[in-house]
Design a protein around this ligand. Structure first.
Ligand code: HEC
Ligand code: HEC
Ligand code: HEC
Ligand code: HEC
Ligand code: HEC
Ligand code: HEC
Ligand code: HEC
Ligand code: HEC
Ligand code: HEC
Ligand code: HEC
Ligand code: HEC
Ligand code: HEC
Length: 417
């Protein structure tokens, strides 16, 4: 019988013990010291000797363990398909190359995996049988990690590891060869969307699409396929990623898109979320149902009839009462006494001023993120906002210069006239 791994191991141990005992005995003899009691005799391990001849069809009588696996090579009982006798009936063989029957590298495959190129199929496969699918020696990522120790370390050390990378590298990489660099099975977004099906659907149906998904490296513009220390396997903070493209003007279906990077550099009182490097506090990265890829509703036009729903974006983080309550001394600093000037401007059925009439969404060089000017047709009308001790004043093109004061006894402003 062919010995199992276990019994050959104990045989090896027994042999080692024999050798060391013999050595010790030899040393002791040479030293001329009195001999110790003779060592206990070790019984010779049963060792089947390979027969000099082996007739075709008899192989399994002695090598039965070869096929004792849940997954066996379809030819495994037909030993002669691979073991070609070197002499007639002699128990000596040459082994046929796997590639004699399996062309793992197709003509279009420009990228061939190192061990496949070297013909080392057996680093990953057992020729006869295993208990894993496709005769692999170990299933899943562990197989690859035996050689790719750097990747193994990354997946263990970085805070967020992508589920399929932990499970099975071969979902994305062809272990043998592929037409694409790094033996990737499916180039680009298609690979990712095969699993991320909700996103696939959105990318067809959403009202606003983002070209970042289809240009350059597609999903890999922003995500690492394996692991990252940032959530969602991001390659950097959302701000760093966004500004890697929005450092120039770009064309969008809805019109020209400004250079956000240079704007932030020249207007450096940054809005709260941007101070946190968080562009996705307000924007969705992939696609959106809302204007400008925003997370929630925000009016598209300069004027808009008031409905708190239109401002859900700002009211995710700011108090909606600021635009709902006509008189208050608490909900906003933009008031004259208790007259809420946010209400006055914004909460109108006709020509309600949207937040953009006065505020910049990203950053400004004027306090409270106020704008320098507002667009009026082809003109840019200056707002001329100035903060005062208890309020502010502006000299806009919209109306006569006006000021407001939060002091209850303060002078009555002319805002809104
Ligand atoms: C009478 C028992 C017996 C039969 C029949 C037999 N073998 Fe073996 N074979 C052995 C033993 C014992 C060894 C040596 C221990 C081992 O490697 O498993 C061996 C070794 C081998 C080896 C390893 C040789 C090497 O140099 O690596 C191959 C390959 C092999 N046998 C193939 C075959 C094939 C093919 C057949 C049928 C044509 C066959 N054997 C029939 C007992 C047998
Ligand atoms: C699909 C091809 C293939 C088939 C079929 C196949 N072998 Fe092998 N076998 C190999 C290869 C490849 C090796 C490894 C040779 C090496 O290491 O260089 C091997 C090694 C062996 C060895 C020595 C190492 C070990 O795993 O024990 C034995 C014994 C052996 N085969 C016996 C058999 C017997 C018996 C059969 C039929 C029952 C058989 N093989 C069928 C490809 C095959
Ligand atoms: C004599 C031809 C021949 C040789 C040599 C051969 N194979 Fe196969 N192999 C086949 C055939 C036939 C099949 C079944 C049809 C298929 O899947 O292509 C198969 C199937 C397989 C499968 C799929 C098993 C499954 O469960 O679906 C693997 C993996 C495989 N072989 C690996 C190897 C490896 C590794 C070697 C070299 C050690 C090798 N083969 C050598 C003929 C061969
Ligand atoms: C780096 C590890 C690795 C090496 C090296 C490797 N394979 Fe594989 N092989 C796999 C894995 C993992 C699978 C199962 C995943 C899949 O279907 O691609 C597989 C599947 C297979 C299959 C069955 C599925 C198919 O694609 O037809 C065959 C046949 C096969 N390998 C043959 C070979 C041959 C022949 C070689 C040597 C030229 C080889 N493999 C080298 C890892 C490897
Ligand atoms: C036996 C060792 C071994 C195993 C197992 C192994 N690889 Fe490799 N892999 C290599 C070698 C060698 C290279 C070539 C290294 C190089 O070119 O830098 C390589 C290269 C690669 C590359 C290309 C890297 C580059 O920078 O060009 C990828 C991707 C890859 N392997 C994925 C896998 C996957 C997936 C598995 C598991 C299915 C796997 N490897 C299993 C040895 C291995
Ligand atoms: C979700 C798909 C996916 C999975 C799963 C995956 N990879 Fe990758 N891998 C990729 C993509 C895509 C690239 C190309 C990255 C690039 O170009 O920046 C890549 C590149 C690589 C590279 C070469 C570049 C580098 O980053 O070193 C290696 C090596 C590699 N992968 C190994 C692995 C190993 C090992 C596993 C399993 C532990 C694995 N991959 C799992 C998609 C995947
Ligand atoms: C084999 C299927 C599969 C493929 C291919 C795949 N993913 Fe994933 N991905 C998953 C699974 C499963 C999760 C874990 C889902 C969860 O935790 O909700 C995940 C999680 C993610 C996450 C984190 C989601 C979260 O909520 O934390 C991101 C980001 C991601 N994948 C991006 C990608 C990208 C980019 C690619 C292409 C390079 C890709 N995926 C390819 C299956 C896949
Ligand atoms: C412009 C950069 C960018 C691109 C390109 C991109 N993503 Fe994302 N993705 C992100 C950011 C940022 C998040 C985190 C959003 C958050 O935390 O609110 C994210 C989140 C995810 C998530 C987690 C679930 C979710 O929707 O929040 C998955 C899955 C995902 N992306 C897959 C993909 C796939 C697949 C592609 C390519 C088709 C892709 N991403 C392209 C930036 C991007
Ligand atoms: C790979 C380059 C790239 C990256 C990274 C990128 N964008 Fe874009 N973005 C574009 C391009 C090109 C357009 C113009 C075409 C379009 O509308 O999709 C655009 C358009 C936009 C628009 C206007 C969409 C419209 O149609 O109204 C917004 C808003 C936007 N991006 C925000 C972001 C945010 C937020 C991020 C980071 C999460 C980001 N972008 C990352 C390339 C990029
Ligand atoms: C506080 C919410 C908020 C945050 C945070 C935010 N944005 Fe915006 N973004 C908006 C709003 C609102 C608009 C629409 C402005 C308008 O039309 O008045 C917009 C418009 C845009 C546009 C289109 C510009 C154009 O020319 O119309 C781009 C590009 C953009 N944002 C990128 C970014 C980037 C990059 C970041 C991170 C540095 C970011 N946004 C952070 C709210 C935000
Ligand atoms: C994701 C949360 C978030 C969203 C959405 C958001 N903001 Fe803010 N906003 C903040 C934070 C945080 C601050 C900083 C508060 C501080 O410094 O005390 C801030 C500050 C402000 C300020 C200046 C307040 C001050 O006292 O200096 C204004 C004005 C402002 N936001 C307007 C808006 C407008 C208009 C929108 C809708 C287009 C909006 N915000 C959407 C989080 C948000
Ligand atoms: C007519 C101009 C104007 C419009 C329209 C406007 N704001 Fe303001 N907003 C101001 C001024 C001026 C201040 C500064 C108040 C002060 O502190 O003196 C301010 C302050 C703020 C503040 C800081 C906290 C506070 O209430 O004092 C937030 C937040 C804010 N506005 C959000 C918004 C949002 C959200 C919208 C749209 C729904 C909006 N604003 C519309 C002029 C305006």
């Amino acid at each position: 019988m062919r010995m199992s791994a276990g019994s050959s191991n104990s045989f090896a141990l027994g042999l080692a013990a024999c050798v060391s005992i013999a050595l010790i005995t030899a040393v002791v003899r040479a030293s001329g010291l009195p001999q110790a009691a003779p060592a206990r005799a070790v019984a010779p391990a049963p060792h089947a000797v390979a027969p000099a001849k082996a007739a075709a069809g008899t192989c399994l009588q002695c090598h039965a363990s070869i096929t004792k696996h849940t997954v066996v090579h379809p030819k495994s009982t037909d030993c002669a398909t691979c073991h070609v006798p070197t002499e007639r009936d002699a128990h000596m063989f040459t082994v046929k190359q796997c590639t004699a029957c399996h062309q793992m590298v197709k003509p279009a495959d420009k990228f061939v995996h190192g061990p496949v190129a070297a013909g080392e199929c057996l680093t990953c496969h057992d020729p006869h049988g295993t208990d894993e699918p496709q005769l692999v020696r170990v299933f899943g990522s562990e197989l690859c990690e035996k050689c790719h120790v750097d990747m193994k370390a990354r997946l263990a050390e970085q805070r967020f590891a992508h589920a399929p990378a932990k499970e099975d590298c071969a979902t994305c990489h062809n272990p043998h060869a592929s037409p694409t660099k790094y033996q990737i099975r499916n180039d680009g977004a298609e690979q990712c969307l095969a699993c991320h099906k909700t996103l696939r659907k959105e990318l067809v149906t959403a009202r606003v699409q983002h070209e970042a998904m289809s240009v350059d490296r597609q999903c890999l513009n922003c995500h690492d396929p394996h692991a990252s220390d940032l959530g969602k396997q991001l390659k950097g903070t959302s701000m760093k990623l966004c500004l890697s493209c929005h450092d120039r003007e770009v064309d969008a279906p809805s019109g020209n898109v400004q250079n956000i990077k240079s704007w932030l550099e020249t207007h450096n009182d940054l809005h709260g979320p941007i101070r946190q490097q968080d562009c996705v506090g307000c924007h969705l990265p992939h696609d959106s149902e809302h204007f400008r890829l925003l997370k929630k509703d925000y009016p598209e036009k300069f004027y808009s009839p008031f409905d708190p729903k239109n401002y859900e974006l700002c009211f995710m983080c700011h108090e909606p009462d600021m635009a709902k309550v006509e008189r208050s001394t608490t909900v906003t600093g933009f008031r004259d006494g208790d007259r809420n000037l946010h209400f006055l401007h914004v909460n109108r059925v006709e020509k309600g001023r949207t937040c953009r009439a006065c505020h910049e969404a990203h950053s400004s060089s004027i306090p409270k993120h106020l704008r320098e000017s507002v667009p009026f047709g082809e003109w840019q009308l200056p707002v001329g906002f100035q903060q005062t001790a208890d309020g502010g004043r502006c000299t806009p093109g919209c109306h006569l210069p006006a000021k407001y004061s939060r002091k209850p006894t303060g002078p009555v402003g002319t805002a809104g006239r």
